[in-house]
Write a protein that binds this ligand. Structure first.
Ligand SMILES: *Cc1c(COP(=O)(O)O)cnc(C)c1O
Ligand SMILES: *[C@@H]1O[C@H](CO)[C@@H](O)[C@H](O)[C@H]1NC(C)=O
Length: 246
C-alpha cells in the first residue's frame, strides 16, 4: 500500500494556523462560559508537519477519518497525541487500526454491535488487553441507518450491548454528524441530547458522564450552546481540504 499523500502547498503557514487556532479556541471559550468543551482537530488530508505545528501550539486531540492515514501519522508524531477515530470503520480494518496506532484513545463511530464486538476482541488481540474508549455514532437526520444507529431503541440497545458484552470497550459518549452533507441543525443536536438521556438511564450513569460529540466548523457555536462537550473542527483551523489525485 502506498503512503498517503498530502498537498502541503495548500496548507496554512504556521502563522495563519496559529491565528486560526487562537480565534477558534477564543470562540469556544466564550460560548462554553467555563464549561469544559474538548476540541478535536479534524485533520484528515493534512500533512504530519501541519499537525505538528498545531501540536507545538499545545494542542493534543486530533481526529482522523481513514485508518491508513491515522496509523501513518501516529507513527510519525509524538506518542502523547490523543487520537480520535471519527470516520466510518470497517470491521476488516480493526486489526490495522489497533496495531498501527497503539496510542489510539477514542473510536467515536461505533454504529453496530458487530463492530463493537470486533473492536472488543481486537483490544484483547492487538492491544494487550488495554481498553478503548468508544462513542456511539447516531444518525440524527434520518429514519434509516447509513452512518450511525437510529435514535431511540436501536441506540439504547447498542449501548447496553457494549456495556454488557464488551468489557474492553468503555462507552463514554455519543457522536453525530447531523445532515449527510456534514452540516447539522438544531434538531440534530436536540436529538443527540435526548439519546444521551436514554442511554445514560439504560447503562445506569449520569447523562453528564457521557460526552456529546457534535459541532463542526460551520455549527460549533450553536452546538456548544445546545450542550456539546466535544466539537470536531477541521476547515476552521486548517482551511479547505484538498484531495490530491491518486
Ligand atoms: C471532516 C469532519 C469534521 C470536520 O468538519 P469541518 O467542517 O471541516 O470542521 C468533523 N467530523 C467528522 C466526522 C468529519 O469527518
Ligand atoms: C441518515 O439516514 C438517512 C436515511 O437513511 C440517510 O439518508 C442519511 O444519509 C444518513 N445520514 C448520515 C450522516 O449518514
Amino acid at each position: 500500500m502506498s503512503a498517503a499523500r498530502y498537498d502541503v502547498a495548500s496548507e496554512p503557514t504556521a502563522e495563519v494556523l496559529a491565528q486560526n487556532y487562537k480565534s477558534l479556541t477564543d470562540a469556544i471559550a466564550q460560548e462554553s462560559a467555563g464549561r469544559r468543551v474538548t476540541l478535536v482537530a479534524a485533520s484528515k488530508t493534512k500533512s504530519p508537519a501541519c499537525l505538528r505545528t498545531l501540536y507545538d501550539l499545545g494542542h493534543r486531540d486530533f481526529g482522523e477519518n481513514y485508518v491508513q492515514e491515522l496509523t501513518e501519522k501516529s507513527q510519525e508524531l509524538p506518542t502523547d497525541l490523543v487520537w480520535h477515530f471519527i470516520g466510518h470503520l470497517q470491521g476488516n480494518k480493526v486489526k490495522e487500526l489497533l496495531e498501527g496506532a497503539p496510542n489510539l484513545c477514542v473510536v467515536q463511530t461505533i454504529d453496530s454491535s458487530k463492530l463493537a464486538s470486533k473492536l472488543n476482541e481486537g483490544c484483547a488481540k492487538y492491544r494487550e488487553g488495554r481498553p478503548l474508549t468508544v462513542y456511539i455514532q447516531v444518525n440524527t437526520s434520518g429514519e434509516e441507518t447509513k452512518s450511525g444507529t437510529e435514535p431511540g431503541e436501536p441506540t439504547v440497545a447498542l449501548a447496553k450491548y457494549i456495556a454488557q458484552e464488551c468489557p474492553l470497550l468503555q462507552l463514554k459518549g455519543l457522536m453525530t454528524i447531523g445532515m449527510p452533507d456534514y452540516t447539522s441543525r438544531p434538531e440534530n443536536f436536540e436529538c443527540l441530547t435526548k439519546c444521551r438521556e436514554d442511554v445514560a438511564a439504560a447503562v445506569d450513569v449520569q447523562p453528564a458522564q457521557l460526552e456529546l460529540s457534535m459541532g463542526m466548523s460551520g455549527d460549533f457555536v450553536n452546538a456548544i450552546r445546545m450542550g456539546s462537550t466535544t466539537v470536531r473542527v477541521g476547515t476552521y483551523i486548517f482551511g479547505t481540504r484538498y484531495y490530491p489525485p491518486k
